[in-house]
Design a protein. Structure first.
Lengths: 108, 353
């Protein structure tokens, strides 16, 4: 896995800051696990169409959210939330961690 | 990016569509219907992991699509064309109307199409959209999750000759401004230009983080996901057979009787055997070294490994087209492309024997 990947330009796009990321990852691995990742995204789009020579639809959409995964011995535990509220992200991390814990408990 | 789409007034985008509409309808009196669409999307991402990675990306894509319907009496034919990139609105500074004209031309050409000959013959695959064949029959087979599950005919073939020495192919996530390009994949790994076939030899698979770990290999920056609601899996970026030596005319001139497949629509590949059937949406006869009449309803029937090994000419032209690739219930933008490529012998499914 790459560490410290290069990015376009000087500024890293920070939808969540490093401190929030650190807390989320820590929570995700609270019950152990090999690797944790948080992926935050904000998207915004616009579409227009023309039909029968008339501009038919102008649709704009926007959304943001994050997915947290914990990978452990080839199994992935995953939770995602809408929005980028740090509390919601930590909750998602907790869900992923809990999923791993209950899966391992069930296996023993 | 020179012209962020957010800075371009909506009226200019509407004017672009009206220009497409005029060019499409103006292509001929038999154009019965014409539709076009414009889309822009900006995607900002931040990725952090427990190995100390913290990175992000800001991606803007724009795309136009045109669809034409041509009618002559009872006969109705359609044609489509797209133009897009990982770029701003400056992509449309050239001649975007050409996209509309191309869609209309395809529909009109098909009005003159006759039955397709059936049988085994040389097949020349066109540049641009012709690259869908390589994407489907080889590209997916190089995705490391398919390889590791044994769901690929390329499993265990690294280092082997899978094509003739005239063929070199890449998956390149770094092509400037192309639809399938990004600076980093959706796990934060920098994208790269990966040579998957070198002079006929299979040299690389396409990895994401998990498949790379499983193999003790490095991620090739192919871990992509449709959105934060999806998990990343190995995906292609821009996949193509690199240009060769002969011109398209030279390649076609050597075919006494064959088939020219310009574009594909629909198809199935059996991952276990590599057997495939593809629908040809734009096809022509080749007679005496020249492309002659258009054909309708053609299919190409073959096997991935056999077809790849049977490519005996790669042209010196090149064009990339945009596509949305679906896998594991999610879609990502990909570039497919190539120049003209000739398959020595392949089964063409048609109605005329």
């Amino acid at each position: 896995m790459a560490v410290g990947a290069r990015t376009k330009g000087v500024q890293v796009t920070e939808l969540i800051d490093r401190e929030v990321a650190r807390r989320v990852l820590e929570r995700a691995l609270a019950h152990g696990g090999g690797l944790a990742e948080v992926f935050a995204e904000r998207s915004a789009g616009l579409t227009l169409a023309i039909d029968e020579s008339r501009i038919e639809s102008v649709q704009s959409g926007a959304g943001e959210g994050a997915g947290v995964r914990v990978v452990d011995a080839g199994t992935t535990y995953f939770a995602h939330v809408d929005g980028l509220d740090p509390d919601d992200l930590e909750r998602a991390a907790g869900e992923a961690a809990a999923a791993r814990r209950s899966s391992r408990a069930a296996a023993t | 990016m020179e012209q962020p789409p957010a800075d371009v007034p909506t009226e200019r985008k509407a004017a672009l569509l009206r220009e497409l509409d005029e060019r499409g309808r103006g292509a001929g009196p038999e154009i019965a219907q014409f539709m076009a669409s414009y889309a822009e999307i900006r995607r900002q991402v931040t990725v952090a992991n427990s190995e100390g990675l913290f990175t992000g990306d800001d991606r803007t894509r724009v795309r136009i699509g045109a669809q034409a319907v041509a009618r002559r009496g009872e006969r109705v034919e359609t044609g489509a064309e797209t133009l897009g990139g990982h770029r701003g609105f400056e992509l449309f500074d050239g001649d975007p109307g050409a996209t509309a004209a191309a869609a209309a031309r395809k529909a009109l050409t098909l009005l003159d199409a006759g039955p397709t000959p059936a049988g085994s013959m040389p097949v020349v695959v066109g540049g641009g959209f012709g690259g869908v064949l390589f994407h489907e029959m080889t590209g997916h087979g190089l995705e490391a999750d398919h390889v590791q599950k044994g769901a690929s005919v390329y499993t265990g073939k690294l280092g082997e000759a899978v094509a003739r020495p005239l063929l070199t192919a890449y998956d390149d996530g770094r092509m400037p401004g192309e639809w399938g390009s990004d600076a980093i994949d959706d796990e934060g790994t920098p994208t790269q230009k990966t040579m998957v076939i070198e002079e006929g030899r299979l040299t690389a698979y396409l990895y994401d983080g998990l498949t790379a770990r499983r193999q003790g290999a490095a991620s090739t920056g192919n871990g992509r996901r449709e959105s934060f609601r999806h998990l990343p899996v190995p995906r292609m970026t821009n996949t193509y057979i690199a240009p060769g030596e002969p011109t398209p005319e030279e390649i076609i001139a050597e075919v006494e009787r064959g088939f020219y497949a310009a574009s594909f629509a629909g198809g199935q590949v059996d991952p276990a055997t590599g057997d495939f059937v593809f629908g040809v949406s734009e096809g022509y006869l080749i007679e005496g070294g020249t492309v002659t009449r258009p054909c309708r309803g053609a299919t190409l029937i073959g096997n991935c490994l056999e077809a790849l090994a049977a490519i005996d000419a790669v042209g010196n032209d090149f064009e990339m087209k945009t596509g949305m690739c679906g896998k594991a219930g999610q879609k990502v933008p990909v570039g497919t492309g190539q120049g003209h490529v000739r398959i020595a012998r392949m089964t063409v499914g048609g109605t005329e024997v």
